[in-house]
Design a protein. Structure first.
Lengths: 291, 792
């Protein structure tokens, strides 16, 4: 085996996982789809002493329709969400974003919760949680708490989920009727983590004026970024090329990207603006189409 | 030749070996478990350059399951030799290149990240890995040089104390006086500076070696994932392990790709054999992917300045080029040959350029050794001449197709002696060009560009006219140039009494489909069904000798040996048939699988002769030896020179720098083609690798620390099918006169031609936006930066 030695427990359910976490000490980790964690362990960059496997719990894949939203169990594999009819109808943007997560083979194993707790800022799903005003349901032996998407992500690969806690479910709020969406990313190849990406939801009134907007970016900072200033530029305004440009321009100043082996920080900042214009364009077009 | 049949020459027969591969029944080296086998794990340096002060293995030796821990000192004490370099390059001043030592395990210093320091042998691989973490070592950090620029900078740290300025050799070819004279009277001079980016081969199957020692017989057995088992054996025998060659057998079973990187002699081969003897158990080492990034030989990594002199009509007068080649920290087996002999003589490409000169400086850096990678030197040459020619076309205002037309070597000029010492065998470059232009609808491109512009995209079309040298090799020529041995090939044809045939070749198949192609040649020649033919390769215990599969040589050279051996079999069959058919030997013909008496209907089938040969009652066995087995060796008169034309059409998103390849056309001249489907597969694979080099792949070292930054598939971007359009592949045929089959070689052509075709298309797309230069890989970042710089 490639990883360093570890102990392994299979949890019966998430409550059980919490108990195992609290009895196994700080060096224990939840194993979900393993698509990130096992790779890190194989490189011996992660060396948990204990793994608590939640990938086989009963009803692990669960997408529940709720009033005004949808609740996805953290252990649900990404592919299950992507194939859910309800998500396809009510959250087409979420489906579209999931299709950009790795490849279907990986999405058959990788979970929604694992992706969000892993909190890779270049990942599509953390940005989706911002775009859909998500609420995170977190449990431990001590109890349960709910955290909003705006508070959930701390920095690179870090969330508010404590070592003794388990992410139980995530609730995504459905945008109002008369909304349209857009999503654009640049990656080296299809299925790669984004070099930069932007997503938008706009809601229009009967006159075509924007009443609500969400702009969420990824791959451009230590966490996913919701560009509220850029959203504000749109409110009360009707579509125009200049409007979109003005909105997107305000994105650049709030981003704090890094340079890496693929692209520079400057590239990320500039392309984030370009992609925001494109996402907004699509969002306005789709919103008009549903009017 | 017989009429093409469903299994003969020219048939697109499905690959015989694929059934076992795609049903998971291939047997690769790691699938082999030897009785009592234990596992080796190599502790590798995490520093690029350092002095080994102290290695303490005591604790590791006590760890669970551990049988032994060895360091470089142990190997040295036992007389294990250094890894050899198999090619000697001569400096301009006539002296020999600088030759540093290359210990199997590092002794005093580590010189690149991944340099092996110690080997841990344990009952399981995990135990060996866990024990490796218990080895304490003190390695002082020395300044490292990570790339050509750093290695050649004034006052750069030295990789080898004896190699001033990190220079390994400085070599030249061509006639500089003639070149200077031609440049002096040039109407126009085009200049270009190019980087040929560093590649990682990334064969699907990482390297694996299992060593064992038969104490009773004193024999070594090495199972090795190799392209080149005989070469591994000869170097083990003479350089590293230093035991008689007949006491070593190397078996390379199914091998999952190599792209050159499995042709060299590696440390792990020595380590598993030596330690197997030491501990009395078979020892297996299996590379992991991350280890492959740090230890498989890398490819390319050249910087070149080149200049082309033209007259007023756009005719080329002379070419001069100066290349610096990064060789890594040590010489790999063929390292010095690649940027010199296998590259520079092809710098004039397909053009009649009367004078040319090139100098090549090899430099050491604190990186993985660099050696052959699909194309091995020829892609570097093709990239220089083809980008230079495109640049020249742009500068003098000629269409890229037209400037090539004007300068091609005419079809009646073959054999053609180019000014850099290569003699091209045959070709018809103009015909290939026109065919490719028509297929790609080159004439209709401008409306496509305009339509793209309306969508906000920059569309470009570009071509490359490549020529390369295959079929290594003519032993006389390569040995005069510096090779440590010849490169002929052997074949044994063993005819069984029932008429089935075993063909033993010294070449190797690691994905190329030789079990099918070679069988087709034999089926065609002997007129026997394909299923009565078995191709055996990859075993020094079974084949007479061989130099493996490298440089697209297998059919040109190995096929030549097969034809020669088949001719001997047929000749002997005729002698036997003359007794059976009671006719003069000179009246016996061999046609469609039958020995017949000319002008009669009397005849006897090949299987009947096979049986008769083994039942020597009907012919005098004192005159004709019983049995039917022949061996032949074939050393070609010269290289073969495949050539062709690639056309790439693509679109760039100017706002993000992202590029999409939309159409790709290939017209190759591989001489005669045995199996068009297999050849097309080779063209596809090579072209994908070439497009990968141009747009995606890049091996990057941190310039300061010489740490490998692109050390996994997350950061090293391999091309994937969904990055690519369908390819349009066609051929012209000018058979090579240098081997009996008239074949030229097809395995590397795509990787040679594609990088310049893609980059010329990129420049064609970006020049209208003001971009004047662009280097590989043309990533979104680089394109975006180039466009910004153009607008600034
Ligand atoms: C080749 C490849 C390409 C990829 N490309 C992309 C991409 O383009 N975009 C993208 O977004 N992702 C990508 N991924 C990552 C993929 O989406 C992973 O599935 C995901 O990041 C982790 O999910 P998992 O279920 O596999 O989690 P695991 O790997 O099992 O766990 C990841 C981390 O989350 C913790 N964890 C998991 N579940 C919980 C829980 N319920 N409560 C608390 N902690 C938990 C684990 O302890 C661990 O620290 C890629 C992965 C691969 C292998």
């Amino acid at each position: 085996m490639k990883p360093a030695a570890f102990d392994y427990h299979r949890a019966d359910n998430l409550q059980h996982a919490c108990e195992l976490l609290s009895s196994s000490g700080d060096d224990s980790k939840i194993l979900a789809g393993g698509q990130t964690l096992i790779a890190m362990m194989n490189f011996r960059l992660a060396r948990p002493k204990v793994l608590i496997d939640v990938s086989n719990i009963a009803d692990g894949n669960q997408v529940l329709d709720e009033d005004g939203g949808i609740r996805i169990r953290a252990t649900t594999v990404q592919r299950f969400v992507e194939n859910s009819e309800s998500v396809q109808q009510r959250f087409p943007l979420l489906c579209h974003a999931i299709e950009h997560v790795a490849h279907f083979q990986i999405r058959n194993k990788g979970t929604i919760g694992g992706n969000l707790v892993n909190a890779d800022p270049a990942s599509e799903l953390p940005a989706m949680s911002l775009a859909f005003d998500a609420e995170f349901d977190i449990i431990s032996v001590a109890g349960r708490r709910t955290v909003s998407a705006s508070e959930f992500f701390v920095t690179y690969y870090t969330t508010v989920v404590a070592p003794n806690e388990v992410l139980s479910s995530i609730r995504f709020a459905e945008p109002p009727k008369n909304s349209g969406w857009g999503f654009h990313e640049v990656a080296r190849r299809a299925g790669d983590y984004a070099l930069a990406g932007s997503s938008a939801i706009v809601t229009l009134d009967a006159a075509g004026k924007c009443t609500r907007a969400r702009i969420a970016l990824f791959g451009v900072a230590a966490t996913p970024v919701r560009a509220t200033a850029a959203e504000d530029v749109l409110i009360g305004e009707a579509y125009s090329e200049d409007l979109l440009k003005a909105s997107a321009r305000s994105v650049q100043s709030i981003l704090d990207p890094e340079s890496d082996v693929h692209v520079t920080a400057d590239y990320r900042r500039s392309v984030a603006e370009v992609l925001t214009v494109r996402a907004l364009n699509d969002a306005f077009r789709r919103a008009k189409a549903v009017q | 030749m017989n009429e093409p049949t469903a299994t003969g020459i020219g048939a697109s027969l499905r690959r015989i070996e694929d059934h076992r591969f795609i049903t998971g029944r291939g047997k690769y080296t790691d699938d082999i478990q030897r009785h009592g086998q234990v596992h080796a794990y190599l502790l590798r340096s995490n520093l690029a350059h350092g002095e080994i002060r102290h290695i303490d293995t005591a604790q590791a030796k006590q760890a669970p399951g551990v049988l032994a821990v060895f360091t470089g000192a142990d190997l040295r004490a036992d007389g294990i030799g250094d890894l050899p370099v198999g090619w000697m390059t001569t400096n301009i001043d006539g002296t020999l290149m600088f030759i540093p030592p290359h210990p199997v395990l590092a002794v005093d210093r580590v010189r690149h990240v991944g340099d092996p320091i110690a080997v841990i042998i344990a009952a399981t691989l995990s135990q060996a890995k866990d024990a490796a973490e218990l080895i304490e070592f003190d390695i002082s950090d020395l300044p490292a040089v990570a790339n050509i620029d750093r290695a050649t900078a004034a006052g750069a740290p030295l990789v080898w104390d004896g190699a001033a300025h990190n220079t390994a050799f400085h070599w030249q070819v061509g006639n500089s006086a003639a070149v200077e004279a031609a440049f002096a009277r040039a109407h126009h001079i085009t200049r270009i500076d190019l980087v040929n980016n560093r590649m990682v081969a990334n064969a699907m199957e990482p390297r694996v070696a299992i060593g064992e020692f038969d104490e009773g017989r004193g024999e070594y057995l090495l199972h090795l994932s190799s392209q080149n088992p005989h070469v591994a054996r000869i170097l083990l025998a003479t350089a590293t392990l230093k035991v008689p060659e007949h006491k070593i057998r190397v078996i390379s079973p199914d091998v999952g790709g190599g792209f050159g990187s499995k042709a060299m002699h590696y440390a792990e081969e020595v380590i598993v054999l030596w330690s197997a003897k030491k501990i009395g158990r078979p020892v297996k080492w299996t590379s992991e992917r991350s280890e492959a990034f740090l230890s498989d030989r890398h490819g390319r990594d050249h910087k070149t300045h080149a200049e082309l002199a033209l007259d007023a009509n756009g005719k080329f007068l002379a070419l001069r080029a100066s290349t610096i080649a990064n060789l890594g920290a040590y010489y790999s087996t063929f390292g010095p040959a690649i940027p010199t002999f296998y590259s520079a003589p092809l710098l004039v490409g397909t053009y009649a350029i009367p004078a040319a000169y090139c100098d090549v400086r090899g430099v050491f850096t604190n990186t993985v050794p660099v050696d052959a990678y699909r194309g091995a030197g020829r892609p570097e040459a093709a990239y220089v001449i083809e980008r230079l020619v495109d640049q020249a076309a742009h500068e003098v205002g000629l269409d890229p197709a037209e400037i090539r037309r004007r300068n091609f070597i005419p079809p009646d000029a073959f054999p053609y002696d180019n000014p850099l010492g290569a003699q091209y065998d045959s070709g018809n470059f103009g015909v290939g060009l026109e065919k490719a232009l028509a297929l790609a609808d080159y004439a209709g491109f401008e409306p496509r560009r305009a339509a793209a512009k309306a969508r906000g995209k920059l569309r470009g079309i570009g071509m490359s006219s490549y020529i390369e040298a295959c079929g290594a090799g003519p032993s006389k020529i390569i040995m005069a140039a510096g090779a440590g041995s010849g490169m002929f090939e052997s074949a044994t044809i063993r005819v069984n009494p029932s008429g089935s045939v075993v063909v033993v070749t010294g070449t190797h198949s690691h994905g190329q489909g030789h079990e099918t192609t070679f069988a087709q040649v034999v089926s065609d020649k002997l007129g026997i069904p394909i299923h009565s033919i078995e191709i055996v390769h990859g075993d020094t215990g079974r084949s007479a000798f061989g130099l493996g599969t490298v440089g697209s040589r297998s059919l040109a050279v190995g096929g030549g040996a097969i034809i020669k051996a088949l001719d001997k079999v047929i000749a002997k069959g005729k002698r036997i048939a003359s007794y059976i058919l009671e006719a003069a030997e000179s009246d016996i013909l061999f046609e469609n699988g039958r020995f017949v008496v000319a002008g009669t209907d009397k005849g006897i089938s090949f299987p009947e002769i096979a049986f008769t040969a083994h039942a020597p009652a009907k012919f005098p066995s004192d005159e004709i030896e019983p049995g039917l087995e022949e061996t032949a060796f074939f050393d070609p008169a010269n290289f073969t020179f495949p050539a062709g034309l690639h056309i790439c059409e693509l679109e760039v998103d100017p706002q993000t720098g992202a590029t999409e390849v939309l159409a790709y056309t290939v017209v190759d001249d591989f001489g005669n083609v045995i199996n068009p489907m297999i050849v097309e597969g080779q063209v596809h694979g090579g072209t994908v690798q070439g497009i990968g080099q141009a747009l995606l792949e890049n091996c990057v070292y941190d310039p300061d620390t010489a740490q490998l930054l692109s050390g996994s598939f997350m950061d090293y971007c391999m091309p994937r099918a969904d990055n690519l359009p369908n390819f349009l592949v066609d051929y012209i045929v000018t058979p090579s006169p240098h081997n009996p089959l008239g074949v030229k070689g097809c395995g590397e052509a795509g990787a040679i031609a594609a990088p310049p075709a893609v980059m010329n298309a990129m420049m064609n797309a970006l020049r209208p936006a003001g971009v004047t230069e662009l280097s590989m890989p043309a990533t979104p970042l680089k394109v975006w930066q180039a466009l910004r710089a153009a607008h600034a």
